[in-house]
Design a binder for this molecule. Sequence first.
Ligand SMILES: Nc1ncnc2c1ncn2[C@@H]1O[C@H](COP(=O)(O)OP(=O)(O)OP(=O)(O)O)[C@@H](O)[C@H]1O
Length: 319
Amino acid sequence: MDEDFIVLEGLEKVFQVRRRAGRLRRERREVRAVDGISFTVRRGEMVGYIGPNGAGKSTTIKMLTGILTPSGGRLRVAGVDPSRERTRLARRIGVVFGQRTTLWWDLPLRDSYALMRRMYRIPEARFRENLERCVELLDLGGLLEVPVRQLSLGQRMRGDITAALLHDPDVLYLDEPTIGLDVVSKATVRRFLSGLNATEGTTVLLTTHDLTDIEQLCKRVMVIDEGRLMYDGELSGLHEVGESERTLVVDLERELPPIEGVDGARTVRTDGPRQWLAFPASASAAPIVSQIADGWPLVDLSVREPDIEDVIARMYGAS
Ligand SMILES: Nc1ncnc2c1ncn2[C@@H]1O[C@H](COP(=O)(O)OP(=O)(O)OP(=O)(O)O)[C@@H](O)[C@H]1O
């Protein structure tokens, strides 16, 4: 189970961009979208791949799937060079782009899946088994006959994840799979992905702006910025490097003075009966919650994760 499945060595992608510089002149400019990235992912790992907008995440994933050819460095997925053997690799990978669907807009889900079965030449029994499993776990039962354009975003996303898994890929690339989803759909998708990784051993590379996705799904996270790998390790380690903070949002029975004297947390904002307390992201919320519950009339509370941009900004501040 521990073989190196995805291997990048000094991977680069440089785009040549033409820019208008005056009325007639055009300037050529280089964008180093991926600027010498090296890492390996073992078979069965589930890894978060995060970074601010324009960091080079999608460009990396496009090279991993063979859509883009690297400008330099070395890349292997399951022993295969993706851009040279894209068709062969397509049978072993599944891709989900949160912002874009691979389904046919006017067709019911069931017909899209039937077309995919033929495209990938999936044996009938295997296809049926995979479809049934996804329909059950992703709660798609009543939706197979509905045209994709009539589905909600959360339903469509669950439909897209199913589409990516019908051919039993060894590796799944997910680009913002929970973007714009409501709380229930997010939870369903996360539960499904962690089950898939645990039972099928599918290797998963996950790009997201939602740190809760990473926290609930990935032991390992890689951070990239300006095309370079800035961090590779556990999420808790990332919080420590950046000294980032989580926020406890507390609803009290009534408006009270700012909460004071809670070990490990400080009140950063109040608005009527609601108060916000910041605490280190690497610390547990439990002792803070119990101190508040003991001393104040608590009605409700929730924990907010820091944004990825915030964590990365603090990481730079700390380096
Ligand atoms: N086809 C292209 N031609 C020219 N420049 C490109 C092209 N694709 C991406 N870029 C540039 O490469 C850089 C990295 O883009 P990329 O889409 O990989 O970032 P990202 O991390 O996926 O960002 P986001 O979170 O916004 O999706 C950006 O500066 C982008 O403008």
